[in-house]
Design a protein around this ligand. Sequence first.
Ligand code: CAA
Length: 382
Amino acid sequence: MKLEDIKKIAVVGAGDMGHGIAEVALLAGYKVALRDVEQRFVDKGLQRIGESLARLARKKRVSEEDRREMMGKIETFIDLGEAVKDADFVIEAVPEVMDIKKRVFLELDKLAPNDALLASNSSNMSITEIASVTSRPEKVVGMHFFNPAVVMKLVEVIKGDETSEETMQLTLDLATRMNKLPVRVEKDSVGFIYNRIGAPGLILLGAIVDRGIATPEEIDARLKHMGMPMGPYELMDYVGLDIVYHSSLYVAERLSAEYGPPEWLQEKIEAGDLGKKTGKGIYDWSRGRPAIDLSRAKEDFDPTDLIAIQVNEATKLLEEGVTKNPDDIDKVMIHGGRAAFGPFQLARGIGYDKLARRCEELAREYGVEAFRPTETLKKGNI
Ligand code: CAA
């Protein structure tokens, strides 16, 4: 299949990510089938697409005529077979639970045309394992968008063990055609690039709060003060605490127990406080985005610590061959999180020696092996 052969894209799952991906496909001129398991979910997804396109039309990013045309190019479905029967490219955006993903791919393999490519928007799960339930693993690929999909430029394109080069290239081309910035992830490894680099951050941030060094608001205020669009806690609420929770369980199973969800996160999940989507999480979202008081920025929390462990984790990706290109890692962190600089750009400014020493201290202070500096970090020169 060639890029020009893709006319219709089916998006399976109409939630935060699914509706956003469907909108991105509409903006790129594709016909879209949006599917979810209940009418109210597809209705909500369609409503959110309508609101977002109206916002873009108000800002004159799309014309009124194009907005109307796009709304006419999307159909919604409950029946999976109807949604995907004539799709050329299918993007799955269902909950981050491996059994659910496998069930969906088993069905997709039966119901989608034989030559259709099947992509998963998973943010950290094995594409190889998802593909293993299909009869076409060479046509299964990771296509990880970032939230909100319509705003964030990055798409990680992940090669499963059996994904063909043709599938990779077509997915990279499709992402570019969707006005995104795709980055190749060469090895199907837990968390890919963005979420793997973020994983030790959750350990450190959790420990800082548990030890009473700073509160989530004091940490967010400090980082927002430095120019981040959202602090890490606000971002977790925005993405959904259930997603962060399942993701850290998955990483813990695959890498080490240290990456498991902190206690406060388990408590939030048990209480049903999942962040923006339920109106309450770490913050109160019932009246919209929380107003974080920047004057509460706490000096006791040193953002360099977060940078040190993230650069260290990034060096593990180079050692493991997840990508060979440090510039791609910088690109992922800049465009996936709207950061001003990537980890290696920061490391060159701060100095690899200093970061490696700090990682050694943090590993000792917190008793966390995941913070231990790699040989690559100690050598520096990246
Ligand atoms: N539709 C259309 N436009 C939208 C939009 C939407 N749904 N949401 C935001 N925008 C546009 C706004 O119109 C605005 O555009 P202009 O700059 O042209 O005015 C721009 O995006 C920024 O929005 P605002 O400044 O009005 O602030 P906001 O509260 O609406 O935006 C935000 C919020 C865009 C999310 C911003 O806070 C941000 O970038 N946060 C960081 C997001 C991030 O890091 N995402 C990655 C999450 S991790 C992930 O997704 C991976 C994973 O695996 C879990």
